[in-house]
Design a protein around this ligand. Structure first.
Ligand code: GRF
Length: 215
């Protein structure tokens, strides 16, 4: 059997992005397997991992005895990722800002999904409902989603793929989020598969998508 990309997922929410990745691995659509799911809170994503028989690690951010600092917390995350021999980290709705040590350890090997077209509506505080509210408040006619490599600057790393989604006249943050979400699911898997195939090359801020290797 061909070598599969070992994916570690970090998530803090319901985990629908994670679920799609897990399902696409199981169906063979992705040349990858999710080998660990880590969360800073007990959440739907961990539940989904357990159901799928994937190691689910709750590294409790409120446990100040064990993790008195952000650095200590992220070191535990890093140890966990390394112990599972993770080759690609996918941030699937992970809500914690990470330390340089963790980001650097997976430079060029960590992806995030963002529910807007970066570089607009990204950065600190631009999560979940706030993103879509800001898009509507600005009066945008178009939103969408972005998969990007993770750099230290929040939502600032090189863009891998983007997909536009129109804003409708009567949209609320909830309806816009719901229309974008299926596109996130599709886009994240596309990006993971490109990575698994070795077709992503980072050149400065740009990500080159290389043609498929000849068979
Ligand atoms: C998604 O909109 C993702 O873009 C954002 O958080 C949401 C997570 O949804 N970062 P889920 O947990 O994958 O269902």
């Amino acid at each position: 059997m061909a070598h599969k990309l070992r994916v570690g997922a970090l998530a803090s929410g319901g985990g629908t992005n994670l679920q799609t990745i897990v399902d696409n691995c199981a169906s063979g659509k992705l040349d990858a397997e999710v080998v660990v799911v880590i969360s800073d809170v007990e959440c739907g994503a961990l539940e989904r991992a357990r159901k799928a028989g994937i190691p689910a690690e709750h590294i409790d951010r409120r446990d100040k005895q064990r993790y008195p600092t952000r650095e200590a917390f992220d070191r535990a995350v890093l140890d966990c990722l390394r112990s599972h021999d993770v080759a690609l980290v996918c941030l699937a709705g992970y809500l914690r800002i990470m330390t340089p040590e963790l980001v650097d350890a997976f430079a060029g090997r960590m992806m995030n999904i963002h529910p807007a077209l970066l570089p607009a509506f990204g950065g600190h505080g631009m999560v979940g409902h706030h993103v879509h509210q800001a898009v509507l408040d600005y009066g945008c006619k178009l939103s969408g989603c972005t998969v990007h490599f993770v750099w230290l600057e929040t939502d600032g790393g090189p863009i891998i793929l983007q997909r536009p989604v129109p804003v409708e006249e009567d949209d609320t943050p909830d309806t816009l989020a719901a229309r974008i979400l299926p596109h996130e699911h599709a886009l994240f898997s596309e990006a993971i598969q490109l990575f698994a195939q070795g077709r992503l090359r980072i050149e400065g801020r740009r990500v080159r998508i290389l043609p498929p290797a000849p068979r």
